[in-house]
Design a protein around this ligand. Structure first.
Ligand SMILES: Nc1nc2c(ncn2[C@@H]2O[C@H](COP(=O)(O)OP(=O)(O)OP(=O)(O)O)[C@@H](O)[C@H]2O)c(=O)[nH]1
Ligand SMILES: [Mg+2]
Length: 695
């Protein structure tokens, strides 16, 4: 169907996209087929054989899941497609977040049997936050029980009101052999799993259904797109050209989601998916100029190789070939030897080799320009989230959000002689993955590693063992508790005065402390998050620079709360009054007053302990539902829904994360291996019984 034309690679012929989905929907398999079809690889790899290009890490091959986002690149129909295959497991959601920050578009993959699964919903919302245009691919149409219409209904119900289906499957399950392209009203058929696609007339028995669905598509598009609406009113129909233009516009505005289908495993539906990427998803020049700041002023850079450089480092990898920094270049260009500026650290860096990344293989480039995603060697202190820009045209881009870790373990080298090696390996790991945090417990002196979940930490420790040979003893997992204020105080007076000879200290502050409004502890969002500081001081009774010191002091005080010494969130502090002394007041004195003042004030407030909770979705055979419900109740779970579908039951519950350690093993044994579950952290909730539970 396609003849390969040479890649000219102007900006309009580039697509930077990610593949997003729930675990196991088939992202890596779709990526693998893209590479095979475009001639980037000559062998078709399989996840279950551990032979795919993007799951190249030994742990990915062993576990059969994607852990690290991998970048690959291929050429299709005169376009360069830069692709990031992301992990679906919730513990690695931060890896997805960093990828989304630098992508212009995405393919959301769905399992045609399961439809929208919990993590597909989460990544969809993540992509919403970054305004990333998407097309949907309903995969696994060859599976028993696969049904495009049901999957589309679940997309409509849970993700987007306007899924625009552009294909009709030919055959079902094992007999799924092709699709009718509803735009061109032609059938695309794959005779065998290795063969090319053949384009044939629509089979007679599907002709009426294809026309009916084409009509539905026209109506749906006319309703959403003014240009198409006009044509529809005038002609009572829409041409394939108008449909295609309108679908492109609707994808880019997010008003509609084009839905395609296929079976990646059987190599069916992949060519049209690549065509859709090129036709509907935006190129770097279609997206708005990147925005940033510098010295308080707003800055903007167009996606143009001629303007000054702006680039965002979204991934750092220290493995194998030395330290590589993955960059999305938004404007300007880089060449080997260029000096660039990191406005975050205020340091210059020198660009070493520039590489086009093909998972674990690299192709050297002389130059990379706006719109490109490349890896660069030679950058020393750049981290994931850092901006790089031209030294004479500084701009700071907003880094991707980093989630707070929710689970921790104490780690210790089994042989004390390995302690230093473990320390440096941990530091390197945290540099590569900002959602891993390493700290030393002040009370016990233990090294504590925190991350997004049990699997995240297990993978991190295993990575150290594989890379360094250091054997690590790992403690019991613990969740990250927090504290919050439920009833505040007002007019709390604190005086910090030391005037017993020498340089004195004098700072008076008056504080109001109140809970930050927000969703209640049982709601789905991140309750109890955040800290706000305001000053309501009048008449210059506390000068501005001291107000800033008080704020800094208050932030210091948030590190340890009065209930159990856990971080405090979800509160607003207002400095309402204060007093200074001509000689003895200083920024230091006010910072101390802020810290000690808020610490005391918090003791006067009513504060509670919060623990992370997760939404758990368990799928089990119907006969095991009773056991599962009982077990969830024993884990302080609150059942929110329970439905059955073709012999299996789906139970959804909100469960404290602390109760989920070891749940995978328990569920397996209680259901003779037939139960599966996913858990998605949804926020914090009050701990009944308070601190006794946390200890
Ligand atoms: N029957 C069938 N199986 C498929 C299809 N696509 C993928 N699979 C299988 O589904 C399993 C998961 O596929 P992956 O490609 O690893 O899924 P993923 O979305 O990358 O998974 P994570 O990266 O772990 O989130 C593998 O065993 C694949 O062989 C398909 O179209 N049909
Ligand atoms: Mg994968």
């Amino acid at each position: 169907m396609r003849t390969e034309r040479p890649v000219i690679n102007p900006l309009t012929a580039v697509r930077n996209l990610g593949i997003l989905a729930h675990v196991d929907a088939g992202k890596t398999t779709v990526t693998e087929r893209f590479l095979y079809l475009t001639g980037s690889t000559h062998k078709r790899g399989e996840v279950h054989d551990g032979t795919t290009v993007t799951d190249f890490d030994p742990q990915e091959r062993d576990r059969g899941i994607t852990i690290f986002a991998a970048a690959v690149s291929c050429a299709w129909d005169g376009h360069r497609v830069n692709l990031i295959d992301t992990p679906g497991h919730v513990d690695f959601a931060d890896e997805v977040e960093r990828s989304l920050r630098v992508l212009d578009g995405a393919i959301a993959v769905f399992d045609a049997v399961a439809g929208v699964e919990p993590q597909s919903e989460s990544v969809w919302r993540q992509a919403d936050r970054y305004g990333v245009p998407r097309i949907a691919f309903v995969n696994k149409l060859d599976r028993a029980g696969a049904d495009l219409d049901t999957a589309v209904a679940s997309i409509r119900e849970r993700l987007h009101p306007a899924p625009l289906v552009v294909q009709l499957p030919i055959g079902t399950e094992d007999g799924f052999t092709g699709v009718v392209d509803l735009l061109r009203l032609r059938a695309l058929v794959w005779a065998d799993t290795d063969g090319p696609v053949a384009e044939v007339p629509v089979p007679d028995d599907l002709s009426a259904e294809a026309r009916r669905r084409r009509r539905l598509l026209e109506e749906a598009v006319a309703e959403l797109h003014p240009g198409a609406f006009e044509e529809f009113c005038a002609e009572s129909t829409l041409s394939a050209g108008t449909l295609s233009t309108a679908l492109r516009d609707l994808t880019r505005t997010g008003d509609g989601v084009v839905v395609l289908c296929g079976s990646a495993y059987r190599n069916r539906g992949i060519e049209p998916l690549l065509d859709a990427v090129v036709a509907y998803l935006p190129s770097p020049s279609d997206v708005p100029p990147v925005r940033g700041t510098y010295d308080g002023g707003a800055q903007e850079r167009a996606a143009d190789p001629q303007v000054p450089l702006s680039a965002l480092a979204f991934k750092v990898s220290a493995a194998g070939a030395g330290r590589l920094t993955y960059l999305r270049i938004y404007s300007g260009a880089i060449e080997r030897g260029d000096t660039v500026w990191d406005p975050g650290t205020r340091r210059t860096e020198r660009i070493g080799r520039i590489l086009r990344v093909q998972a674990d293989r690299h192709e050297r480039l002389e130059r990379a320009v706006a719109g490109d995603i490349v890896a660069v060697a030679g950058l020393k202190s750049v981290r994931a989230g850092s901006t790089l820009c031209a030294p004479d045209a500084p701009i700071l881009l907003e880094p991707p959000a980093v989630a707070d870790p929710v689970v921790s373990v104490a780690v210790e080298a089994r042989r004390s002689t390995d302690t230093d090696r473990l320390t440096s390996a941990l530091a390197r790991l945290a540099e590569e993955d900002p959602s891993l945090v390493v700290r030393t417990d002040t009370e016990t002196g233990q090294t504590v590693l925190s991350g997004m979940g049990e699997l995240h930490l297990e993978v991190a420790v295993e990575k150290i063992r594989l890379a360094t040979g250091v054997e690590v003893d790992v403690g019991r997992p613990r969740v990250a508790y927090r504290e919050t204020v439920v009833r505040g105080v007002s007019g709390f007076v604190f005086r910090h005065v030391k005037q017993d000879g020498g340089a004195g200290q004098f700072a008076h502050v008056v504080l109001d402390v109140e809970p930050l409004d927000g969703p209640g502890p049982d709601s789905d969002s991140d309750s109890g998050s955040g800290f706000e500081f305001r000053s309501a001081v009048v008449g210059g009774r506390v000068p501005q620079e001291y107000v800033r010191s008080v704020e800094a002091g208050c932030r210091d005080a948030l590190a340890e709360g009065p209930v159990g010494g856990f971080p405090v969130t979800g509160l607003r502090v207002t400095l309402t009054d204060g007093a200074t002394h001509v000689k003895d007041s200083s920024e230091q004195a006010f910072r101390t007053a802020g810290r000690l003042g808020l610490r005391e004030a918090l003791r006067a407030c009513e504060t509670v302990l919060l623990e992370p909770v997760a939404e758990v979705t368990v799928t089990v055979p119907e006969d095991a539902v009773g056991t599962v419900l009982g077990d969830l109740a024993a884990r302080r779970g609150r059942i929110t829904a329970s439905t059955t579908r073709t012999g299996s039951a789906l139970v959804t519950a909100t469960v404290p994360l602390a109760e989920l350690f070891g749940y995978a093993t328990r569920l397996r044994s209680r259901t003779q291996g037939r139960g599966t579950f996913t858990a998605r952290p949804t926020g914090y909730a009050c701990v009944p019984g308070g601190v006794a539970v946390a200890r």
